[in-house]
Write a protein that binds this ligand. Sequence first.
Ligand code: AMP
Ligand code: MG
Length: 337
Amino acid sequence: MKKTASFLAALLLTLAPLTACGEQEHTVSVLAMDTVMELTAYGGNSQAALEKCESRIRELDSLLSVTDKESEIYAANHSGGRPVALSDDTASLLEAALALCAATGGALDVTVYPVVRAWGFTTGTYRVLEDAELKQLLRRVDYKKVRLGGGTLTLPEGMELDLGGVAKGFAGDVLLDLLREEGVESAILSLGGSIHTLGARPDGSPWRVAVRAPEGDGYAGVLEVRDKSVVTSGGYERYFEKDGEAYWHIIDPATGCPARSGVLSATVVGEDGALCDGLSTALFVLGPEKAEALWRARRDFDFVLLLDGGAALVTEGLADSFSLIDGWSDHPLQVVN
Ligand code: AMP
Ligand code: MG
């Protein structure tokens, strides 16, 4: 009897471990948006709140998926140029995404999908595209032709949307709002390269978020944050190799080819998760000089760029909270003021 009781106690501890300051920790894993998501929250109501988060993620995934035949994005992509009614979720994400496409001069372009698919990044049948085919495909890419108003979307025939560059960051914002409404004060959501933090850790110390090294399995740096989103885009996340060259899933809409800007990974830190996600993809395309210019013009985000050649570039807002670690600890770290 005693044995059973202690076994049960041990089991409960694994399911809901207590932190050093006595707050209960709950974790939920969800497979959605093509990735494994891990949601961790602390405190009394956190388990119930995380269950609501799980259904909310599934709801968003089913609206935004580019491959799910029931999704709103799929309906828009097969509308033959006819107007399509959008849910509030899809409309508000698309509105934010289109604003970021404009703000980045089209480095982020939510209509790049025909090109992404032709390279094989959604089908798994990879091939290197020739100039003539790229030229044809690029005729179908231009976010400026997307019409959105009053909850209705009109996409010219032949064009297709892909919100994969912003959806996880947007999901992070939605989930953090939900957790706040449920009274949760401390949580960290890891949505596959898109990290969203609520408050601080239960003991009041900042969250420590690691930035992957672009090569190998290790890490290049660590960021200390509170109430911030940290979103990374890297070529290493999805790529194929042909004749010794790597081709990755982040496409420069100006050329239709994988972006080669000198950036190996772009991490954006800020309060708005959708903005961080959209900008991380865009900065990877833009490269260090244009990334810096965009930061100077906006100042509503910070970044860490890991550059080809081994240097790291961070904006001044992160100078005290970012440090290089492991194999990157002796690499040059330059602060952008
Ligand atoms: P992320 O991991 O947020 O950088 O998003 C990468 C995903 O966004 C890719 O897998 C594509 O589906 C899509 N994508 C690739 N290049 C672009 C681009 N230039 N603008 C918008 N979306 C893109
Ligand atoms: Mg992104």
